[in-house]
Design a protein around this ligand. Structure first.
Ligand SMILES: Cc1cc2nc3c(=O)[nH]c(=O)nc-3n(C[C@H](O)[C@H](O)[C@H](O)COP(=O)(O)O)c2cc1C
Length: 187
């Protein structure tokens, strides 16, 4: 096994950066391939490879974002909130979904494996010096957005992962004390 203090340091310090604050440069083609390889090397019950990833460059993000207002349903406040967060300069967006076609493993586990893909993408991006943010807002749960992207209705979108560089580093945010969330089981 490889011991890597750098990996531990990265995990202890990793912070997201608001999608709307991400700027170029983004990952090169070979860095993107590394991110995708890391992303898809995740625990996966029954080896179903249930995940899919759509790669969205800047030009196609603009096209996608331009269509969101007409696809939005429900509470107008959620659209307004999204507009204020819109990633206008993020070089790269990866949309991670899970096919959940098979019943060999529980569907929830296929979604959880997709969540592991999202996290590995975020960690690999950070290891290459990029920032990212995982968003779902309303658009991850909207049938018309799925149709626009080409994701069938029964599939679940797990994350819109925006990736790019920082103009300014994010501030630290408080984390819970381990004692608040960790309990030693004594039976
Ligand atoms: C499944 C999932 C969905 C999320 N969706 C949103 C979202 O729609 N909007 C948002 O502002 N943050 C969202 N977040 C939170 C951010 O991705 C990020 O975790 C948060 O800003 C805290 O930053 P940190 O990763 O540095 O702790 C989501 C996180 C997860 C795990």
């Amino acid at each position: 096994m490889i011991r890597s203090q750098e990996t531990i340091d990265l995990l202890l310090k990793r912070r997201s950066l608001l999608a709307g604050s991400l700027v170029p440069p983004g990952p090169s083609q070979s860095e993107l391939e590394t991110i995708l390889r890391c992303g898809t090397r995740v625990p996966d019950h029954k080896g179903l490879n249930p995940w899919r990833i759509h790669v969205v460059d800047r030009a196609n993000q603009d096209k996608l974002h331009a269509k969101l207002p007409e696809l939005h349903e429900g509470d107008p406040a959620s659209l307004e909130k999204t507009n204020s967060k819109e990633a206008k300069t993020a070089p790269l967006l990866l949309i991670v979904s899970s096919k959940i076609e098979s019943d060999k493993a529980p569907q929830s586990e296929q979604i959880l494996s997709g969540a592991a893909v999202c996290q590995n993408i975020i960690v690999a991006s950070a290891a290459l010096g990029y920032r990212s943010q995982w968003l779902t807002e309303w658009f991850a749960y909207n049938s018309k957005v799925k149709a626009l992207i080409g994701i069938p209705e029964h599939e679940e979108i797990i994350g819109f992962i925006y990736i790019g560089s920082e103009h300014e580093p994010p501030r630290e945010r408080p984390r819970p004390e381990l004692s608040e969330i960790v309990t030693k089981l004594e039976l």
